[in-house]
Write a protein that binds this ligand. Structure first.
Ligand code: B12
Ligand code: SF4
Ligand code: SF4
Length: 396
């Protein structure tokens, strides 16, 4: 039994006090797991071996794999891991955009402040609270998407939910719209029973609805084709054949969660107030996005997860979504980007988008730029687009 400051406080009493404090800090899900090596490590290793991590090399380093294999490497005298869940808004919480124009969709977790900034100070507060209740010094480590941890495996071991076929961790009481966070500590708390049940049954809605068909039968997904990866983590070009599948997703994707019956029936309308939607970030105007300067971009998305895409990635995504909208109103914004944006990545995707929209005005800009452009990749995209435009012209 752990020594606590109030000698009459049992470890059960301590755990319950920590849970109350965690709830006060906004964490609606709470569980405790033992830090033993995870049984699902082979799934992770197989996933890496198939190259399904794409360009996310940080997931495959020796250090990243070793720590996932044995959480005790993270904190040598770790005795328990507290796993927490913080709810973000359901997509149904998004207010309708009042502004006219062409708007993109942003994954709901990214509508408000960045949880990578929001959660760590709360975990620090929780650690301080625990320290105030025990006699010896607390050693701890905090993570939220920020470290070499199999977070969903730990969460399911701590009883927070099951790993759905869409690979998200689902709480049967409130669905999957929440973020995970962990506090590794050197005191032992009573473990919660693991979540063994699989409530997916014969359902396969997420698999059928995924726009790129990237959800695999072994409860992993091929990140290289996931829209979330393509629009956030991927720093290069979006493969041409996948661009139409982005639809209007300009940052992240929620499709496989939106169709899930556990979210339709049980997703709680409540969410952490700091994750409240900021309308201009949740449903951004994409024509305006195409002319954001680096300073504008940093100003608009300061403190938002969208910063992670960087300006060049965000404008790349916006161009693709405008191409998918096939709306002639976007030609002038895309033409400006193709003629003068300093990033070849943005110019390439603007050229593709103009090709999707087609019409005389789009073709004129492409023809002009094929004479003035100097970047080889942009020129190749313009040439491919011109051929496609001509073919469409011939067949129509
Ligand atoms: C890399 C990554 C991504 C990649 C790859 C996602 C993936 N599914 O692999 C991309 C960029 C695509 C991505 C997308 C998203 N992500 Co992400 N991502 C991560 C990250 C950093 C690592 C995930 C990972 O290791 N993947 C590799 C696979 C093999 O591991 P795994 O997903 O944990 O899968 C396990 C299962 O397959 C399991 N398994 C197989 N069979 C069985 C059976 C049982 C019974 C059990 C228990 C396990 C099990 O074994 C694997 C290893 O444990 C985690 C944070 C972290 N450190 O864990 C966040 C994390 C998973 N992401 C998160 C979020 C919110 C998202 C998005 C919703 C964001 C968005 N809206 O765009 C999407 C969701 C897409 C989806 N359907 O998963 C949350 C998920 C919260 C939740 N409720 O599940 C996490 C936990 C971050 C956080 N701290 O909150 N993400
Ligand atoms: S986030 Fe979108 S693209 Fe990725 S698996 Fe889910 S539905 Fe498919
Ligand atoms: S949509 Fe169906 S199969 Fe997919 S995670 Fe939800 S319950 Fe499971």
């Amino acid at each position: 039994m752990e020594q606590t400051r109030n000698s009459s406080e049992s470890s059960v009493g301590l755990k319950s006090a920590i849970k109350t404090e965690a709830n006060r800090l906004g964490f609606t899900l709470f569980g405790v797991a033992e830090p033993h090596p995870p049984d699902t490590l082979p799934n992770y290793l197989f996933w890496l071996a198939q190259g399904r991590n794409g360009s996310m090399d940080y997931l495959a380093t020796e250090r990243a794999v070793a720590r996932r294999a044995d959480p005790r490497l993270i904190l040598p005298d770790v005795r328990s891991v507290i796993i927490l869940g913080l709810r973000y808004p359901r997509p149904a919480n998004l207010p309708k955009s009042a502004a006219p124009g062409l708007h993109g969709r942003v994954a709901a977790y990214a509508w408000g402040k960045d949880y990578h900034d929001l959660i760590p100070p709360r975990l620090e507060q929780l650690a301080k609270f625990i320290q105030s209740r025990i006699d010896h010094s607390l050693a701890y480590k905090i993570y939220t998407d920020t470290g070499p941890v199999l977070e969903r495996d730990l969460a399911s071991r701590a009883g927070l939910g099951w790993m759905g076929k869409n690979t998200c961790l689902i709480d049967p009481q409130s669905g999957s719209y929440y973020l995970l966070a962990e506090l590794f500590i050197n005191i032992r708390l009573e473990n919660d029973p693991p979540f063994f049940a699989d409530h997916c049954g014969s359902c396969r809605r997420c698999i059928d609805a995924c726009p790129t068909g990237c959800i695999l039968p072994d409860r992993t997904l091929d990140a290289r084709r996931c829209i979330s990866y393509l629009t956030i983590e991927n720093k290069g070009s979006i493969p041409t054949e996948l661009r139409p599948q982005l639809g209007d997703w300009v940052f992240g994707c929620d499709v496989c969660q939106q169709v899930c019956p556990w979210n339709i029936r049980f997703a709680s309308p409540e969410f952490d107030s700091e994750l409240s939607p900021q309308p201009e970030n949740a449903r951004p105007d994409l024509m305006a996005a195409m002319s954001l300067t680096p300073q504008d971009f940093n100003r608009q998305f300061k403190g938002s997860p969208i910063l992670r895409a960087r300006r060049r990635g965000y404008l790349r995504n916006a161009a693709v979504v405008l191409g998918n909208a096939r709306d002639a109103r976007a030609v002038s914004a895309l033409a400006r980007a193709l003629q003068s944006d300093s990033e070849p990545l943005v110019r390439t995707h603007a050229a593709w988008a103009l090709g999707q929209i087609g019409g005389a005005a789009a073709r004129k800009v492409l023809d002009q730029c094929s004479g003035s452009e100097t970047d080889v990749e942009v020129l190749a995209e313009i040439a491919a687009t011109q051929i496609a435009c001509r073919d469409v012209g011939r067949s129509s």
